[in-house]
Design a protein around this ligand. Sequence first.
Ligand code: ATP
Ligand code: MG
Length: 653
Amino acid sequence: MALFGAPLAHEDHAVRACYAGLRMQEMITRYGDELQRSHGVPVQIRVGLNSGEVVVRSIGNDLHMDYTAVGQTTHLATRMEQMAKPGSIVVSDDTHKLTEGYFQFKGLGPAQVKGVSEPLDIYEVLGVGPLRTRLQVAARRGLVRFVGRQSEIEQKRRALDLARAGHGQIVAVMGEPGVGKSRLCYEFKLISQGECLVLEAFSVSHGKAYPYLPLIELFKDYFQIVPQDDERRRREKVGGKVLMLERSLEDTLSYLFSLLGISEPGSPLQQMDPQIRRRRTFEAIKRLLLRESLNQPLLLLFEDLHWVDSETQAFLDILTESVASARILLLVTYRPEYRHSWGSKTYYTQLRLDPLGREDAQEMLSALLGNRARLTPLRKLILDKTEGNPFFMEEVVQALAEERVLVGERGNYRLEKPSTELHIPPTVQGTLAARIDRLGGEEKRLLQTLAVIGKQFSLSLLKEVVEEPEEELYRLLSHLQGGEFIYEQPAFPEVEYTFKHALTQEVAYNSVLMKRRKVLHGRTAQAIERLYQYRLEEHYSELAHHYSRSGNVEKAVEYLKLAGQQEVQRSANAEAVSHLTAALELLKTLPDTPERTQQELTLQITLGFPLAAAKGQEAPEVERVYTRARELCQQVGGDPSALPSAVWTVEDL
Ligand SMILES: Nc1ncnc2c1ncn2[C@@H]1O[C@H](COP(=O)(O)OP(=O)(O)OP(=O)(O)O)[C@@H](O)[C@H]1O
Ligand SMILES: [Mg+2]
C-alpha cells in the first residue's frame, strides 16, 4: 500500500498516484517479459487506486507516521485492486474525477463493490493523457467568460510594447492558488500572439526533482517536437532549425541535444566537467533565445515558479541579466511563497493579483450559474465562502452540480434543493491542505489551534489558549503572517488576528482530530470566561459554540440559553430560534432529572416568542411549543393557566 498526500498533502496527489501506477506496470511488464524468457514464469501485478480522506497517526515530531490508515477510503482502494485484471490499473470514480484529462481512461461501467450498497463507476487507466496543467483541464470543461483584470492586461500590454521596441521587460504575476494567474496570461497570450513568438513552459508540483523540466518543455515547443517523433526526427528538427537561424550557432547543438535527451555519439559533453557543462548549457540556450529575438519579439512564459527546479532557476537568473536590451518579454507566474532576486531591476514589474472584487466576482458567478432569482441566497453563500477566488468559485459550483443541488448546465442552472451549507470540493481541499502542510510542524500546529479558536481572535485570548512560551508564539505568528495565512487587524485596545481566508480556516480545522478539537474548544471557552469575566454577555454565542463542540453539555446548554435570550431582546429572532432549538436538542442527551425539566421549561417558554415572530402565531411549531410548555409546567407542579397562551413577551419570562 502506498499513500500519496500523507503525511504531507499535495494538490495533485491523485495525479501522482496514477503516474506511479503506470510506471509500476511499465517496469513489471519489462521485468515479467525477461522472467518469462529466462525462467518461463509470468509475473504480473494489479494496481487499484482510490481517493478520499484517511487518518494517519504521527509518531514523534518528524514525519514518521503510523501508516495503518484503515477505513472506507483504503477499503475501496483494496477493492479496486482486486477488481483489476492482472497487468492493469483500476481507479474509483473519485480518483477518476481528480485525474480526468491528465490520463486516458476506459470506463468499466458501474460495478457492484463488496461492502458498498450502490454500484460504483470504475475506470481503467490506459496511459498518459493530453493535458498537463489545471488551466488546460478547466479549458476542456469550457472556460467561463473572462471578467475584470483590465488594468493588469493593460500593464502587460505596455511591457510588451516596450519589449518589442527593444527594451526587454520582466513581468511577474504573483498571487495565491486559483486567483487567476494562468488565466490572465492565457488571455494576454491570445491577444498578443500575432505580434510575437510565444514560448511557454510550466513547472509541476513534483518538478523540483526534475532538473530543466520547464526548459525542456519550452524547447520542445520551440522546435515543435511531438511525442511521435523518433530520435532521428528530433535531431533533424533541432539541427535544421538552429542552422537555419544562424550557422554560427552550430556549437550550441550538443547542448540542446543533451537537454532534449537526444543521443549524440562522440558528444564533447561526455568528458566535460559538470560545472563547465552547466555554464555552457545556459550560455547556449541564452544565445539561441537572444538570436531568435532579433528575428521576432519573444514572449517567454514561465509558469508556477514556486515549483521550479534549481537548474531552471539558475538559468532564469542569468537570462534576466540579458533581457534588458533584447526584444524579450519574460512573463512569469508564482504564488506568494516564492522568492527571487530580480526585484531591483528597472525593467521588472510585479503584478500582484488579488481575488476578484465583489462586482467581478458577481459577474463571474452569473456566467457560471445563470441569473435565476431563486439562486440569490446560494450566490451569496458562494461569494462569502470563496471570497472572490475564481478557482474556488468554479469548483464549488461544479461540486454542487455533481451533488445535484444544481441542475441544468453551466450558465443556466436551476436550484434543485435548497442548500445552506457548502462542502469544500476535494480539489480545493487539496490545494489548501498542501499549502498548510508546507508549513513547519509547529506553525501548522499553531494554525490548527487558531482555526479552532475562530476566524478572528485577540492576541490575549490566543495567549490563554496556547501553551507556547510568548517569544516562541510571536515567532510562529509572524511566520504565519509572512505566509499570508493570517493578518493583523488594527484594533483598539489590543491586537487582533484574522484568518485571511475562511476556507483556509475550515481546512485547517478539519485536519484537527476530533479528540484534540474537543480539548481546544474547551480550553478556548474557559479562556474566554476567564478573560472577559466582566463582560461575558458580549461572548455568549461564542461560548455556546465552543462549549457545544467541547462536549461540555451543561455549559453548552447554559450559554445557548443565554445567547437565545439575548437575541430575543435584540429581536434577532432567527438566531434566537436556532440557539434555543440547539439547546433543547442537547438537553435531551442529559439524564432526566427535575433540573432538566425545569431547564426545558425555561427554554420552551423563551422559544415561543421568537418562533411565533418568525413563523406566525398560528404555525404548528408554535403550537407544539405551547403545548409542551404546559405539560412541563404541570410536571414541575406549576399552574399552566399562569402561562400566557397567546402572545408571550420577554417580560412574561
Ligand atoms: N478573471 C477571470 N475571469 C473568469 N475566469 C477566471 C478568471 N480568473 C481565473 N478564472 C478561472 O479560474 C480558474 C483558476 O484560474 P487560474 O488557473 O488562472 O489560477 P492560478 O492563479 O493560475 O492558480 P494556480 O496557482 O493554482 O496555478 C480557471 O479555470 C480560470 O479559467
Ligand atoms: Mg496557474
